[in-house]
Design a protein around this ligand. Sequence first.
Ligand code: ATP
Length: 277
Amino acid sequence: MDCEIPTSLSDNRLGDFSNDRPGGAAFRVDGVDFTYDGALPMFRSLTLSARPGEFVALLGPSGCGKTTLLNLLSGFLPPDSGRITIDGETVTPEMPALGHVFQSPQLFPWLDVLDNVRFGLRMAGRLPDAEQRDKAMAVLSLVGLEAAAGKFPHQLSGGMQQRVALARALVLEPRLLLMDEPFAALDAITRATLNEELLRLCGRLGQTVLFITHDVEEAVFLADRVVLLGIAPAGIHSELAIDLPRPRHLRETRRLERFTTLTDTLLERISAIVAAA
Ligand SMILES: Nc1ncnc2c1ncn2[C@@H]1O[C@H](COP(=O)(O)OP(=O)(O)OP(=O)(O)O)[C@@H](O)[C@H]1O
């Protein structure tokens, strides 16, 4: 396995892609009820929204419905009642505004990195072949992987595979990026690097992000706002605005007293949720 960790991004790596800055979409979950068949209610009258370009982290005990909420927002699961909109339009899974990154990179093993990244453009029939390749290369450059364009997934480290998964989502210029524990399976160093790079990318591309994590420090480092879910069907337990300065750098940000205060607040709230269950 190739364990090389690419160097950090620099702004000049944005290349042509920065000209296509997609910006962010607003989302709104409005009075949503949802119950899986034959199960107890998951959400009752759930309401949550995000403004364009906002980074929202979703925290909560295991099984509280984080992935379910993300699947509702993707349009993969229809709500029983209520409405979910992206920029005012009822969500559908085909909406071009949506991009996904999951815990497992889910790359196609028979395609090289470049073709994995350009896969969505091919499927959507967007752009002539040469332009698809140029665009895929620009996004690979953005995630620091231009040198790996001809490699296959099995030749990459876990962190590199997850960068490819991120590039594959970004190449479609999503305005809302839905990320389900994308770095949970990575070692601490790779995870820290990817956290910093994700923030830099979001700062430049401006998309809205909903990011599921179990890691309180990761949530505080990344987010503008942390949304804490309670045990189902409680829905949203509480929210916490993350008023840390940007740009954020892991070592400096973690040293701030405010960082500790915010993480402690969230840890106390999670303990209270679990204790009351
Ligand atoms: N397709 C399904 N059919 C029935 N029940 C489901 C389905 N998917 C999830 N559930 C149940 O719904 C609940 C919420 O699951 P979900 O995966 O949304 O929680 P989560 O907060 O993301 O959990 P974790 O943090 O462990 O990933 C769990 O009890 C789970 O077993």
